[in-house]
Design a binder for this molecule. Structure first.
Ligand SMILES: N[C@@H](CCC(=O)N[C@@H](CS)C(=O)NCC(=O)O)C(=O)O
Length: 213
């Protein structure tokens, strides 16, 4: 059976768990990382030399780290044409937004806004950087808004790789106490995501246990 190593509160673990659920793949998740620890043992480092979560093991001998690489592996091995198109030009449309989500949007949302509001003691918060980052999110998401006004999913006509890498971040975006731009297509897209059991069960997970006051 497929095994995932990583705590459920990790957004990178959530990408993998959501993908597994969309593909209907049975799996076992082992709590590792954060308060659970266990990601600095020799056995764990043999699976991921960086000591980070998630790690995915698929029988007989596939061991992978990096959530995006894991997601692509799962889609390529177990997905069909609708979730991971064979046509390179069609696939690349979802890839572009996935790379943008991971490389441009997530660093601002996760490392600046989420980290400041949830994982930094109040006394140490850089409020000027936070305000600037919240404004930056409005600009970044207005680009996603224009796409979603034209098509139902980030990847195109069907939920795909771009959605899995971008969409899981929206739970944190919409639940953090920040000022948000009025983006109706993005809001409708998020509503569609939250109506999916695969998303609600694997992504909409409280991050209160990570909070530092
Ligand atoms: N680029 C990596 C990032 C992995 C990463 O930074 N994981 C965090 C959790 S989201 C981690 O392992 N933190 C240490 C811990 O939880 O103990 C990926 O996408 O998988």
């Amino acid at each position: 059976m497929i095994k995932v190593w990583g705590r459920s509160t990790s957004s990178n673990v959530q990408t993998v768990m959501w993908t597994l659920a969309e593909l209907g793949l049975e799996n076992e998740r082992i709590n590792v990382g954060g308060a659970f620890g266990g990601n600095d043992t020799a056995d764990y480092l043999a699976m991921n030399p960086h000591g980070l979560i998630p790690v995915l093991q698929d029988e007989p001998d596939v061991t992978l780290w990096e959530s995006t690489a894991i997601t692509r592996y799962l889609l390529a091995k177990y997905g069909d044409e609708s979730i991971y198109p064979n046509d390179p030009a069609v696939r690349a449309k979802g890839d572009m937004w996935a790379d943008w989500a991971k490389g441009t949007f997530a660093p601002v949302l996760m490392y600046k806004v989420f980290w400041t509001l949830v994982r930094t003691p109040k006394a140490d918060r850089d409020m000027a950087m936070l305000a600037e980052s919240v404004e930056q999110l409005k600009t970044l998401l207005s680009n996603a808004e224009r796409l979603l006004a034209k098509q139902p999913w980030i990847s195109g006509d069907q939920l795909g790789y771009g959605d899995l890498i971008f969409g899981h971040l929206l739970y944190r975006y919409y639940t953090l106490p920040i000022d948000r731009a009025d983006l109706p297509a993005l809001q409708a897209y998020y509503d569609e995501l939250t109506a999916r059991t695969a998303y609600s069960e694997n992504v909409m997970i409280s991050y209160e246990s990570l909070r530092v006051e």
